[in-house]
Design a protein around this ligand. Structure first.
Ligand SMILES: Nc1nc2c(ncn2[C@@H]2O[C@H](COP(=O)(O)OP(=O)(O)OP(=O)(O)O)[C@@H](O)[C@H]2O)c(=O)[nH]1
Ligand SMILES: [Mg+2]
Length: 284
C-alpha cells in the first residue's frame, strides 16, 4: 500500500516558504527523532538552497537514545562534508525539557545564524513535515503559547511570524509533505508515527507494518507491554494477541482487529511501548 497525502494548503505554504527564504539567516528543519530520514522532506532541501540549516530532532523523549546519538553524529559528519548544500548542524530536543531546548537552539543559532544587512539579530524559518513539533518549538522559544499545537497533522494552516524577547525573529510554517513518497516503507513509518492523518490510512496495514518492525527490533518491549509469555510468530498474530488481551471480542468471539491496531499505533505514538526509533543511520 502506498501512502499519498498532499492537501491544497501545502502548495500555498510552500510558496510562502519560497518567498520568506531570502530574508532568513538560518533554517530550523524539524525532524521526527524516531525517523529522521522518513521525515526529511526532499522539497525543503531544494527550497533552502545554501542557507545554513539546523536539523532539529524533535520528540527525542520518544526515540531510542542510542539511535538519536547515532543520528546526531551522522548529520554532523555528512553536514560537514556537504558544504555544497550550506552548513548543517544537528541537535536533539524534547518538549519536556524546555530550558535545555532554548539553550541548544541559542547555541547553534549563535554558531550558524549570522544576521545580515545591518541587522543585529537573526531570522529563522521553522519548517518540516506535519506534526513533528514545529509550533511546540515556537512556543518553547517564545516562552508562551503563541502558536496552536495539536496531536494531529496539519494543525498550523498559515505562516506566523513571532518576535522573541532576545530580538530573534521566528517564522512558524504549516507542515508540508511532498507530492509523491517514493519509498513505501518510509510512507509507512510516517503513517505509524502520526505524520499522515488517520483518515488517509488503512489502519490495519499500518499496524501490521509497525507490529512486524517491533517484533524484529524491540521484542522485549512488546513482551513487557502486552504481558506476553512468548513472542507471537508474526505481525498478524501479535495484533490478534493484543485484541484478545486488550481490545475485547466482538459478538461471536471474533477478535476486534481494528481496535487492536488502534491500540498498537496509539501506544507507539505516545511512548507507552517505550523509547523506539524506526530508523538508524547508515554508517559514515
Ligand atoms: N512527546 C513529545 N511530544 C511532542 C514534542 N513536541 C511536540 N509534541 C507533540 O506533538 C504534537 C504536534 O505538535 P505541533 O507543535 O502541533 O506540531 P507541528 O509540527 O506544528 O504540526 P503541524 O502544524 O500540523 O505541521 C502535539 O501533540 C505536541 O504536544 C516532544 O518533544 N515530545
Ligand atoms: Mg504547527
Amino acid at each position: 500500500m502506498s501512502i499519498q497525502w498532499y492537501p491544497g494548503h501545502m502548495n500555498k505554504a510552500r510558496r510562502n516558504i519560497v518567498e520568506a527564504m531570502p530574508a532568513q539567516d538560518v533554517v530550523l528543519e524539524v525532524l521526527d527523532a524516531r525517523m529522521p530520514f522518513a521525515s526529511e522532506n526532499p522539497v525543503l532541501a531544494e527550497l533552502r538552497g545554501l542557507k545554513p540549516c539546523v536539523k532539529v530532532l524533535s520528540k527525542s523523549d520518544l526515540a531510542d537514545p542510542e539511535a538519536t546519538q547515532l543520528w546526531l553524529r551522522y548529520f554532523e559528519s555528512t553536514g560537514a562534508a556537504t558544504s555544497k548544500r550550506g552548513q548543517v548542524k544537528a541537535i536533539a530536543i524534547s518538549s519536556e525539557r524546555a530550558a535545555e531546548t532554548r539553550t541548544r537552539i541559542a547555541d547553534v543559532c549563535g554558531l550558524l545564524a549570522k544576521p545580515t544587512r545591518g541587522r543585529k539579530t537573526a531570522r529563522a524559518l521553522i519548517v518540516g513535515i506535519p506534526n513533528v513539533g514545529k509550533s511546540t518549538l515556537v512556543n518553547t522559544l517564545a516562552q508562551r503559547k503563541i502558536a496552536n499545537v495539536g496531536d494531529e497533522p496539519a494543525v498550523t494552516k498559515g505562516q506566523q511570524v513571532v518576535l522573541l524577547k532576545n530580538g530573534m525573529t521566528l517564522s512558524d510554517n504549516p507542515g508540508i509533505m511532498w507530492p509523491k513518497i517514493e519509498d513505501p516503507s518510509g510512507g509507512m513509518r510516517l503513517a505509524f508515527g502520526g505524520a499522515i492523518p488517520d483518515s488517509a490510512l488503512d489502519y490495519e496495514s499500518v499496524a501490521l507494518f509497525g507490529a512486524s518492525f517491533l517484533l524484529a527490533q524491540y521484542p522485549d518491549l512488546v513482551i513487557k507491554r502486552y504481558k506476553l509469555t512468548e513472542l507471537p510468530k508474526d505481525a498478524s498474530a501479535l495484533i490478534d494477541e493484543i485484541g484478545r488481551r486488550r481490545g475485547g471480542l466482538r459478538a461471536g468471539g471474533a477478535i476486534d482487529r481494528h481496535k487492536a491496531a488502534d491500540i498498537l499505533i496509539h501506544e507507539f505514538r505516545t511512548g507507552a511501548l517505550g523509547r523506539i526509533s524506526l530508523e538508524r543511520p547508515p554508517a559514515v
